[in-house]
Design a protein around this ligand. Structure first.
Ligand SMILES: *[C@@H]1O[C@H](CO)[C@@H](O)[C@H](O)[C@H]1NC(C)=O
Ligand SMILES: *[C@@H]1O[C@H](CO)[C@@H](O)[C@H](O)[C@H]1NC(C)=O
Ligand SMILES: *[C@@H]1O[C@H](CO)[C@@H](O)[C@H](O)[C@H]1NC(C)=O
Ligand SMILES: *[C@@H]1O[C@H](CO)[C@@H](O)[C@H](O)[C@H]1NC(C)=O
Ligand SMILES: [Zn+2]
Length: 283
């Protein structure tokens, strides 16, 4: 009896403490990874294919939600899914914002995680045996490059990136964070009668990567864009109790599509740079 009660308390407090840890929903992550894998160089495609577990049948998209699935088993990872900013500040500051809010430990957020797993993957194909599981590094990196492009993963600390803001999405109650993880994408599928591949094709046009030549990944830049978009698009006109319907959906889905496309293109560019032998040889 006693231990039963403790278990409930633990579960409830975990739910209160880490509601923000999810990224795009499964569809959003799969879209980013599908776009990304389609743009890999032959060297990167080969490395990804070797690193993926056999059960994935060489589909990166099927594995991109793995970090959400294991979040409860490895609690240290939950702070790595986002980088919330100081309240009402629409920009990302690494020193201020890259902090595990629960422990106060610095340099634990999605920006640091992308650098971390990029560095681990640079050991692929070198003579040095990596201390890390590079399959996990690939899945974390692919997932976190998706997360960092979801504007509310760089939302405000006090509302947990929109997780404490309840809105009506058409006629159902949702958290604002979830609207951006899932509902906008789901409504696109329904409204435009798209299937998964159709939506992937539709959103991957006309995208450029802005990372400068000497950087392998540019997570702080992506976080700054998300922080700006969270103010300009996600939080705007969406306060507690707001009804979000066509007016919100029609003006926001192009932003969601752009962020998914950028996530995919930048994932590919990052993996191409990582598995380019020129970089690997430096390590
Ligand atoms: C870096 O990766 C290792 C292995 O997964 C993990 O233990 C560590 O917490 C990570 N740190 C960051 C900042 O991502
Ligand atoms: C690497 O991680 C994957 C996923 O957690 C696991 O299935 C695999 O057994 C690990 N590989 C090694 C060598 O530990
Ligand atoms: C919301 O509206 C849709 C379509 O108009 C309807 O099918 C659905 O049952 C409604 N849901 C609720 C919870 O009212
Ligand atoms: C590509 O982007 C430019 C600048 O944002 C825009 O003017 C143009 O219409 C876009 N083209 C397509 C095919 O989306
Ligand atoms: Zn996530």
């Amino acid at each position: 009896m006693g231990s039963y009660r403790i278990e409930i308390v633990v579960i409830v407090s975990l739910m209160v403490l880490v509601p923000n840890a999810k990224g795009w929903g499964k569809d959003g992550h799969a879209i980013v990874c599908k776009i990304g894998q389609g743009r890999l160089s032959s060297a990167a495609a080969e490395a990804v294919s070797k690193l993926l577990p056999r059960s994935a049948e060489n589909e990166l998209a099927s594995q991109c939600s793995w970090p959400d699935d294991v979040r409860k088993v490895i609690p240290w990872s939950s702070a790595l899914h986002f980088a919330d900013t100081a309240d009402s500040v629409c920009s990302y500051d690494h020193t201020r914002d890259c902090v595990d809010q629960r422990t106060g430990v610095k340099n634990r957020c999605v920006v640091a995680a992308i650098s971390n797993y990029t560095n681990q993957l640079l050991q692929y194909g070198t003579y040095t045996q990596s201390n890390y599981n590079l399959t996990e590094a690939l899945l974390f990196l692919s997932h976190f490059i998706g997360d960092i492009h979801q504007p509310l993963h760089c939302g405000f600390v006090s509302d947990l990136g929109g997780n404490t803001i309840n809105v009506l999405w058409y006629n159902t109650t949702q958290k604002l964070h979830r609207v951006w993880d899932d509902n906008i994408i789901e409504t696109e599928f329904e409204r435009f009668d798209e299937d998964f591949d159709g939506l992937v094709d539709a959103i991957q046009k006309n995208i450029t990567e802005h990372c400068s030549n000497n950087d392998i990944s540019c997570p702080a830049l992506y976080a700054s864009e998300s922080a700006e978009d969270s103010c300009k698009w996600a939080y705007k006109d969406a306060t507690e109790g707001s009804v979000l319907d066509d007016e919100y959906f029609l003006s926001r889905y192009p932003i969601v599509n752009l962020r998914l496309a950028q996530g995919g293109v930048r994932l590919a560019a990052t993996l191409n740079r990582i598995f380019n032998t020129k970089y690997a040889a430096v390590i």
